[in-house]
Write a protein that binds this ligand. Structure first.
Ligand SMILES: [Zn+2]
Length: 375
């Protein structure tokens, strides 16, 4: 049996479910911390587990260049290498490669690019991307696609989406079925509903274990992103997991869960944590701000992470001012903890049919809170 998702409850368009993988079950909605190069930056695997995270993401692009997919396979796979026993989703490498404008050339068969590490030339095709993800040991493999740039004309978005369609069929053919492992197709089509519908139609005809909505959070703004979800998500099969790639802020997650998305990944909690930006129950806090210099209170009184349970805002402020590496480590831990707590709260609300009220309460707390916009 390949990877499955089953629905436990719905509340409006939102769903609570369970993803069944070769490395265990994952309650959804789920946020997957990003383990770019075989590590969630600044976190041990034990620390990631302690936040309640059940599934992480690995980046094909980074891992294929360093230390290399074949080497990772010889070392027992990515789970063993990074000490992560839970499921891993790997991206296709496409997003990073496509962003290497000037360093890559795209053709019908695939994409040729120069490594940002040492300038060496590499080739990524749908078949090679799927093979690399198998070598890594991914529970969820993503199709290689072209992430349509924003802004794009309707003609450009159509051409790009149709290339991704052809590549999706090649990925399906290349994917080796194994119990508890699955391949996800990626819906493209920019901000154009008709193109999104065409993409869904083609992908569901091929058939995948899950469906991702791609090409969002690339500068279109939250309103446009939600409009694409409103037009796209209802077209997706109800019995398969839905994954919104690369999204987003806590407010993005709440809005997307309400629109029927089950899975998320984003570098925001980890990247922001390293720069002193914390997401809390009372909004966004920049711990570098001078007003925290003598504040003995915790970052977020409702949070059980070590940064909040053992330390004051004053100490965290000091760590960042002094350039101590513990500062980024603690804030990363906190942000991942906050994202996990948020998803658990949303899941409980779906299971009890109280999502609208819960979302309103969460959003009201952000508004009433500090709403301190980081510089
Ligand atoms: Zn915390």
């Amino acid at each position: 049996m390949t990877l499955r998702w089953h629905c436990a409850a719905t509340d409006g368009a939102a769903r609570a479910g369970v993803l069944h993988t070769a490395h265990g079950e994952v309650p959804t909605p789920v946020f997957m911390p990003v383990g770019t190069a075989g590590t969630v930056k600044a976190m041990t695997a034990d620390a990631v587990r302690a936040t309640g995270a059940r599934m992480v993401l690995g980046n094909t692009y980074h891992l294929m260049l360093r230390p290399g997919a074949e080497r990772i396979a010889r070392l027992g796979g990515l789970h063993r290498l990074m000490d992560w026993q839970g499921p891993i989703l790997t991206d296709s490498g496409g997003f990073q490669v496509m962003s290497l404008s000037g360093l890559r050339t795209l053709d019908e068969q695939g994409v040729t690019f120069r490594s940002h590490v040492d300038g060496s030339t590499h080739r990524l095709t749908p078949e090679r991307s799927v093979e690399i993800q198998r070598l890594l040991g991914a529970d969820v493999t993503m199709c290689l696609d072209e992430c349509t740039p924003f802004p794009a004309t309707e003609e450009q978005a159509a051409e790009s989406m149709r290339l991704s369609k052809r590549w999706a069929a090649r990925c399906r053919d290349a994917f080796v079925e194994r119990p508890g492992h699955g391949l996800f197709g990626i819906v493209q089509g920019g901000v154009f509903p008709a193109l999104r519908a065409e993409s869904v139609e083609a992908l569901t005809r091929i058939g995948f274990e899950g469906y991702a909505v791609g090409g969002l959070a690339v500068g279109e703004g939250q309103e446009a992103m939600f409009a694409v979800l409103d037009a796209t998500v209802p077209l997706l099969p109800a019995d398969r997991a839905r994954y919104l790639m690369g999204v987003g802020t806590p407010a993005d997650l709440v809005g997307a869960v309400r629109r029927g998305i089950d899975m998320f990944d984003c570098v925001i909690p980890t990247r922001s944590g390293r720069t002193g930006r914390a997401y809390t129950r009372s909004g966004v806090i920049n711990i570098r701000n001078a007003r925290h210099a003598e504040d003995p209170t915790p970052l977020d009184a409702g949070c059980a992470c070590p940064a909040c349970r053992k330390h004051s805002r004053a100490y965290l402020h000091h760590l960042f001012k002094a350039g101590e590496m513990l500062g980024p480590m603690l804030l990363t831990w906190h942000n991942i903890q906050y994202y996990q707590d948020l998803m658990a709260e949303l899941r409980d609300a779906i299971l009890t049919g109280t999502l609208a009220a819960t979302a309103a309460r969460i959003e009201a707390r952000w508004q009433a809170g500090e709403e301190e916009r980081a510089a």
